[in-house]
Design a protein around this ligand. Structure first.
Ligand code: NDP
Length: 459
């Protein structure tokens, strides 16, 4: 029997890779090494969810201070120091990086710093040094992609936006996905003039239509300009540093920064995978089966590099399932049904289950929608509406989808997700007593479905 340096070598110390490595080592006594060429913590902790959310918190004070006036507060001279926010955020990331290092150390996982490359089904080369392993786990995540247009070198991505030394007075954000709308909210709240350029007719493709429209309308009310059905053709940098954008929608735009959030691609370039027979799919994603195993028996992959459901908690769950299957002798598939998710836009979005369009394709449904001004904005006078929506199977009464745009949506939808996982019906929602006064109680007090569109215009 072959002997290897390790039972498992993981490439990529992000959320998924770290969780899988720690569990394999601490719970199953596996000899594990993890390879990382950047900061331990990966995209979510170092360049994504965590720093982004800290900036969202920071930005939200702008509105909180305005709202405070309606409650009798006088706040004079409040001003924001972008540099201080970035510094403090950086300190927090350094603290978290330390926590991750400690977690790996305590679990007995060896950290190999450097760029990993697979040279055969059981060997990884890390900056010239070779280590062998019975199994290799690819957890290298993804990286922003930019279209190839003239002047694209002047554009930044979310990676750089999180570390800008100064806040741009004018920023153009290209893209209408999670990242674009989140950053539009951050910069707008902190005082930048934000233009979001989207090639589609609406933001957040794939989300429920009412949710997309509600969020876009609230963002526009807050002053974010959304240029729809528009593509940037070129970016030019003038002598004074101003960026000038030519678009195909008949408008020349000027900005101090241009940020692209046009999607991310799996990080598989130069990883050596194809050379050893690992099948890569669209965009270079590692193709895996339900056990996270690639086309090469000893090589597994989890997280964004597989381009399934690109969310940190999903990558973590895939890592746990991989360990249970491979080291715990308990074959464990991941259940991708009704994964709740959030967009930390302003106002935020929470969503779980099917959109109305997806549900209608599948079966007859009743749809419940509620729109209201949250109580906290009554005294402040803020014109921000919350939208809540439930999609219910007419046949089984099961709640198939729940969507919300508004204050605390991510916090509220997490609990709705549990109910849906437990198979809750609309009757269960109706039987639940609301907590008053909250916005969340609206989810248990919606009584009248919208008129069925298939019966409209039939008179
Ligand atoms: P998304 O795939 O969500 O969105 C990409 C956007 O860019 C779409 O609006 C798309 O338009 C547009 N686009 C793509 N190519 C071009 C192009 N050539 N020119 C103009 N527009 C283009 O990507 P993101 O970068 O926003 O996010 C990446 C991933 O990160 C997501 O899959 C998400 O899972 C994850 N993420 C999750 C977050 C969360 O959970 N809160 C937060 C941030 C990221 P169109 O609609 O027309 O296709």
């Amino acid at each position: 029997m072959a002997t290897y340096d390790y039972d498992l070598v993981t490439i990529g110390a992000g959320s998924g890779g770290v969780r899988a490595s720690r569990l394999a080592a601490s719970r199953h006594g596996a000899r594990v090494a993890i390879v990382e060429n950047s900061r331990v913590g990966g995209t979510c902790v170092m360049r994504g969810c965590v720093p982004k959310k800290l900036l969202v918190y920071g930005a939200h004070f702008a509105e909180d201070f305005e709202d405070a006036a309606g409650y009798g507060w006088t706040l004079e001279g409040a001003r924001h120091d972008w540099g201080a926010l970035i510094d403090h955020k950086q300190q927090e990331l350094t603290r978290l990086e330390g926590v991750y290092h400690r977690l790996l150390r305590d679990a007995g996982v060896t950290l190999l710093e450097g760029r990993g490359r697979v040279v055969d089904p059981h060997t990884v080369e890390v900056d010239g040094r070779r280590v062998t392993a019975e199994r290799i786990l690819i957890a290298v995540g993804g990286w922003p992609t930019l279209p190839d247009i003239p002047g694209i070198e002047h554009a930044i991505t979310s990676n750089e936006a999180l570390d800008l030394p100064t806040r741009p007075e004018r920023i153009v954000i290209v893209g209408g996905g999670f990242i674009a709308v989140e950053f539009a909210g951050i910069f707008n709240a902190l005082g930048s003039r934000v233009t979001e350029v989207i090639r589609a007719g609406q933001i957040l493709r794939g989300f429920d239509e009412d949710l997309r429209a509600s969020l876009a309308s609230e963002m526009e009310k807050k002053g974010i300009r959304i240029r729809r059905e528009c593509q940037v053709r070129s970016i030019e940098k003038r002598a004074d540093g101003t960026l000038s954008l030519l678009s195909d929608c008949g408008e020349e735009m000027e900005a101090d920064a241009v940020m692209y959030a046009t999607g991310r691609a799996p990080n598989t370039a130069n990883l050596g995978l194809e050379e050893i027979g690992v099948t890569l799919g669209k965009g270079g994603a590692v193709v895996v089966d339900e056990w996270n195993r690639s086309s090469v028996d000893s090589i597994y992959a989890i997280g964004d590099v597989t381009d399934r459901v690109n969310l940190t908690p999903v990558a973590i769950r895939e890592g746990m399932a991989f360990v249970a299957t491979v080291f715990g002798n308990t074959p464990t598939p991941v259940d991708y049904g009704a994964v709740p998710s959030a967009v930390f836009s302003q106002p935020p979005v929470g969503t779980v289950g099917l959109t109305e369009a997806e549900a209608r394709k599948q079966e007859a449904v009743d749809v419940y929608v509620s729109r209201f001004r949250p109580m906290r904005f009554t005294l402040s006078g803020r014109d921000e509406k919350t939208m809540m929506k439930l999609i219910v199977s007419r046949e089984t009464d099961r709640v198939l989808g729940a969507h919300m745009v508004g204050v605390d949506a991510p916090e509220i939808i997490q609990g709705i997700g549990i109910a849906m996982k437990a198979g809750a019906t609309k009757a269960h929602f109706d039987a639940t007593i609301g907590i008053h006064p909250t916005a969340a109680e609206e989810f248990v007090t919606m009584r009248d479905p919208l008129p069925d569109p298939s019966f409209e215009n039939t008179e």
